[in-house]
Design a binder for this molecule. Structure first.
Ligand code: GH3
Ligand code: MG
Ligand code: MG
Length: 364
């Protein structure tokens, strides 16, 4: 049996599972120091210096390959280990310390972990290359006990600071994400009508003004429909206000469903009145949308027995269409559609009145 934990993969004999669990739950405060040196005396010397500090774990490697395997370097299936400080001997027989340093710096899990190079060379060009390759510090061999201790301590302090800032950065990103989500929510809430959930009047006004100016600039066509529920006062009086609210929600939804183009916008203009903005839409297109709206509301078949003339909820629609001339106002365009709406009401309701030509469609 194989166990896969995120990208951690190992065979599942009891020891490995225990080791894995230990790794996952290991105290974050324990500093883990990895030492690469082919000289066993150096390894035990460093271990002796570090051990009394407590809350430190040392992993030492005489062989670079053994270290690479432990660190998961070059082995796709092995997990990276958490290391807080590397001590690397510059001159090793198998692979030199500089290559180990470069390998670490190119790995996403180790690129910012402090590395102290241990070298017997005081040559400027050697030290320059060590720093250029990304080393944090160096310790000269033979060791001076005080120097080793203080350099190790300051490298570990650096690692603590790096971790701290990484945590802060993570927190900041999370806070930012939450803020953006809240902002998005707020924008949506303030843009929508509370009762029906469709665009509200103030959002419509802004978008309409924008689209009007755009159509003026581009000399493009624009269609506008004013839609009003017929005999809605009687509906409310007869069926009650909550039923009236429910009716408005269904009407709003059916009106939205009747538009198909990306730029079309249906909004609640107020009370039982709605408006549809149809940018880049021909006269015929505007008319077809209005016709579909009339039909879709009728198809809802919401009973309305309070008004003598009808037996189900219908709407009347006033339509305006044109290419906005420079100097004309969006407000005037809206008034034109509104005038047509009154005409549709006067003519008997459940119909469309389109300015410019008389087009009367009886609500089915
Ligand atoms: P017409 O056919 O001429 O349009 O007549 P109408 O009765 O529909 O028009 P009127 O303007 O006389 O009445 C509109 C009614 O719409 C009155 C008001 O109580 C109701 N109304 C407005 N907003 C809401 C709302 O949010 N919920 C409910 N339930 N009713 C509303
Ligand atoms: Mg009405
Ligand atoms: Mg009205």
């Amino acid at each position: 049996m194989k166990i896969v934990y995120k990208n951690i993969y190992c065979s599942s004999d009891a020891d490995n599972v225990l080791e894995l669990l230990k790794k996952l739950t290991e105290d974050k405060a324990t500093m883990r120091i990895a030492i690469f040196d082919d000289d066993p005396d150096i390894l035990s010397y460093l271990e002796k210096i570090i051990k009394p500090w407590g809350r430190h774990k040392i992993v030492s490697f005489k062989s670079v390959m053994q270290g690479y395997e432990y660190l998961g370097l070059g082995y796709d299936i092995l997990p990276a280990s958490r290391i807080d400080l590397f001590l690397i001997d510059l001159a090793m027989p198998e692979v030199d310390g500089l290559s180990v340093l470069k390998t670490l710096r190119s790995h996403e899990d180790y690129f910012d972990v402090p590395v102290i190079m241990m070298t017997g060379s005081r040559k400027d060009d050697v030290l320059e290359e060590v720093f250029q390759s990304g080393a944090t510090d160096f310790i000269l061999k033979p060791f001076n006990r005080i120097e080793v201790k203080s350099r190790l301590r300051s490298a570990l302090r650096l690692k603590t600071a790096i971790d701290h800032w990484k945590d802060k950065e993570k927190e900041l990103l999370e806070t930012n994400r939450l803020l953006m989500a809240a902002n998005q929510n707020y924008l949506q809430l303030t843009a929508l009508d509370g009762l029906t959930g469709i665009t509200n009047r103030s959002t419509f006004d802004k978008i309409f003004e924008m689209e009007w100016k755009r159509a003026q600039r581009n000399r493009s066509e624009i269609g506008l429909l004013m839609i009003d529920v017929d005999y809605f006062k009687q509906y409310n009086d007869h069926y009650g206000h909550p039923a009236g609210d429910d009716c408005l929600r269904r009407v709003a939804h059916a009106l939205e469903k009747s538009t198909s183009k990306g730029g079309d916008l249906v909004a609640r203009y107020g009370g039982e009145e709605f408006v549809a903005l149809l940018p880049n839409t021909t006269r015929r297109g505007t008319y077809l949308v209005a016709q579909l709206m009339l039909r879709n509301i009728s198809k809802l078949n919401i009973p309305h027995h309070a008004a003598a003339e009808i037996d189900h909820v219908t709407v009347s629609i006033g339509a305006a269409h044109g290419i906005p001339e420079v100097g004309t106002s969006s407000r005037n365009f809206l008034e034109r559609a509104d005038k047509m709406l009154y005409k549709a009401k006067d003519a008997g309701r459940a119909r469309i009145e389109f300015e410019g030509q008389l087009e009367v469609i009886a609500g089915s």
